[in-house]
Design a protein around this ligand. Sequence first.
Ligand code: UDP
Length: 324
Amino acid sequence: MHLLVCGGAGYVGSHVAKVLDARGHRVTVLDNLSTGHAQAVRWGPLIRADLLDPASLDAAFQDQRFDAVLHFCARSLVGESMAAPYDYYENNVVGTLNLLQAMRRHGVDRIVFSSTAAVFGNPVAALIDEDHPKAPINPYGASKLMVERILADAAHAYGLRSVCLRYFNAAGASANDGIGESHEPETHLIPNLLRALINPAAPLKVFGEDYPTPDGTCVRDYVHVLDLADAHARALDYMEAAPGAHAFNLGNGTGFSVMQVIRAAERVTGLPVPFERAPRRAGDPPVLVAASQRAREVLEWSPTHTSIEAILRTAWDWHRAPAF
Ligand code: UDP
């Protein structure tokens, strides 16, 4: 297939481009490079276009024929979304609507959408499956849930085929291929922790110590970015025979607290993690752990980096010598 990877210069999108290329697909990346990196576009040409500029999308779709779109363009920081909700709804909802309308104008009827565990809000079950109530507690999660609704409506109205993949915590890297996680500013736990190892003068801040969890710090389900990428390739295959709108939760099914991640990083690197306690960060649910049975059964998805140490090791390989 010829695939348009929107946001393919970003962290998850670039790893997906790599995996799609390895599966024999032809990849074209569309990105505005607002947070992505041109150096991460390694598996096909880059079209510089912006989802908030429909004319630039038309130009991209006019020039060539795509069999499906994979869509990673988004603002994705919980804390920032609490402070700037209009930016989040504009970029994530209006931008996606522009993309979907451009796809419709140009006869592209398949999309894999990058969604998130943040659509669930505060969990009411220990493991979150696809039927868990969706009640986001921050604008980031709300914006992604709105797009999920739009995709379901578009399936009925226009026959659009879609798969929403709800990532839990993407982590790790493919350092051998020259790609990894690089955000500025960085807000995510694992890169911040590894940066603190490299520059102990700037210790990691541990946000919150009084959550209702065994050690008081937040629990998350870390899943390797290449395992996420593999699920996208499977979602494309699945859509061939599955009309309608579908959603899958993607995680390893095991939660690790912030303190457990710190201790695991110390085992992997042999270095003490400099950290200090800090107040809770607004918008953070205490525990998010996936039940990914549906992805395992329907997509035959089976993550290969299942230990937190294995995930951290690949992230450490990248952070010691990042290519960008
Ligand atoms: N966290 C932290 N210090 C940091 C970054 C994150 O203590 O510098 C915590 C954060 O409060 C959350 C967990 O680590 O409980 C995972 O946060 P991250 O931003 O990596 O992912 P999110 O779960 O928000 O998508």
